[in-house]
Design a protein around this ligand. Sequence first.
Ligand code: DX5
Ligand code: ZN
Length: 239
Amino acid sequence: MAGRFGRDELKARLRAASPAILPSLLASDFGNLQDEIHRVEEAGACALHLDVMDGHFVPNISIGIPIVEAVRRVTDLPLDIHLMIERPERYVEQFRAAGADAMTIHVEAVADPRPLLDKIRSMGALAGLSLNPPTPLSAIEASLPHSDLILVMSVMPGFGGQKFDASALEKLSTLRDRSDVDALLEVDGGINSETVGQCAEAGAELLVAGVAVFHTDDYAATIGQLQSKARARSAAPQL
Ligand code: DX5
Ligand code: ZN
């Protein structure tokens, strides 16, 4: 089953919902994954973030293609697939077929992201490009016109529950202030009630949160609180 949303439709939908909290399933209870997904769905999540790790690009192994396919079967929410893998070009077709609506590759993982971003777009998915905290914005400059989404990492990828790296804020505000950049701006890592507001203020439209959501009891209350803190500090027009 392919993704359920077309590119333009999904981009408009996510932008309309922004600033939005995207629960990262990495911090969920994998023993009760269907229940966890339904709980965040009922709590008002507008999309799910899935972290794919290969043990090479990052020193951890997590979700793979069969899990994306299983998640696709139990929810209608858009699936935002974060590919922390080497040679992502080998797998994007399979992830799309498994149900990915957005696929984000890392600039550090490929020599030139542009052909792969174009390929992701040609499959009808949102094409995302991510950069790690030490990577400067100049590394993604040439790829900006090929990207529907820019994922600014605020931790070194690989693990949940790490401390927020404030270097993400300047990257977000620089991208937000550029009139020639229309990509969705997403931030990932260490997002919690302390950091969500500054990220939204800097221009983050999609705010990924793992531990901050799944390590609480009341997902609706947590997502609601994070969302209202983000909205209070966001410059985006409010509906
Ligand atoms: C880290 C992943 C994140 C992770 C975030 O490599 O990309 O999506 O799940 O987890 P928290 O929100 O707990 O920092
Ligand atoms: Zn992620």
